[in-house]
Design a protein around this ligand. Structure first.
Ligand SMILES: [Zn+2]
Length: 183
C-alpha cells in the first residue's frame, strides 16, 4: 500500500488517517474493513496526505536548524545572568540551600541537582517563557528537600507553584523544538 501506514483496527465505525510527527501514517479502521478497502480509502485521501506530509516536513526543517556555536554562547551568558537570580529567589522562598549553579547544554536534560546541592541548568531555558525556566528551577531546588519524584516532592513544588503541571506539560510538548536544535 502507498505510504505504508500502520493500521490499527478497533471497534470504531469510521476510518481516520493521521500523519505523525515522524512523517509516518497511522490509519484507524473498523475491525471488519478489509485491506483493499483501507487501501482504496488511503488512495482517495492522497491529496490531503501529501499536503499534511509537506507541512510536517517544513515544520521539522524549521525546528532542526541547528544552533550555531555563537548562539549557544549567547544563551549561556544570558543564562548566567538570569538563572542564579531565579535560583536565589526560589531557594529563599523554599527555605533550602544549594552549592554551585552551572550552565550547560545537554541534549536530554533541562536541569539536575546533585546530592551535594550542585545545580545544573540548560542554557536553552533562556529561550523559553520565564515561567518555564522558573518551573525547572523550582523542580531542581525541591530535590534539596526530596531526592526523588515522590508525591511529597511534587507537593513541595505545588505549594509554591500551583500550576507546575501545566508548565511541565508545556516543556514536554515543546522542549524538543529547542533541544532538537543542539548541534
Ligand atoms: Zn527531578
Amino acid at each position: 500500500m502507498k505510504y505504508n501506514p500502520d493500521i490499527i483496527k478497533s471497534k470504531r465505525k469510521t476510518v481516520s488517517i493521521e500523519v505523525r510527527p515522524d512523517g509516518k501514517l497511522t490509519v484507524r479502521a473498523p475491525e471488519r474493513m478489509s485491506y483493499r478497502e483501507i487501501e482504496a480509502f488511503v488512495n482517495s485521501k492522497s491529496e490531503w496526505i501529501e499536503r499534511a506530509l509537506e507541512r510536517n516536513k517544513s515544520m521539522q526543517g524549521e525546528a532542526l536548524t541547528p544552533y550555531t556555536q555563537e548562539e549557544i554562547e549567547k544563551f549561556t551568558s544570558l543564562a548566567k545572568a538570569i538563572i542564579p537570580q531565579r535560583v536565589a529567589y526560589y531557594a529563599n522562598m523554599l527555605g533550602v540551600t544549594y552549592n554551585k549553579v552551572s550552565i550547560k547544554h545537554p541534549k536530554t536534560r533541562w536541569g539536575s541537582c546533585s546530592s551535594k546541592g550542585n545545580l545544573n541548568f540548560s542554557c536553552l531555558l533562556t529561550q523559553m517563557p520565564l515561567e518555564i525556566l522558573d518551573s525547572v528551577v523550582v523542580h531542581e531546588l525541591c530535590h534539596r528537600k526530596q531526592m526523588n519524584h515522590s508525591k511529597q516532592f511534587y507537593a513541595e513544588i505545588l505549594r509554591i507553584m500551583p500550576d507546575y503541571f501545566a508548565r511541565e506539560k508545556w516543556l514536554k510538548e515543546n522542549g524538543k523544538k529547542y533541544s532538537g536544535r543542539l548541534p
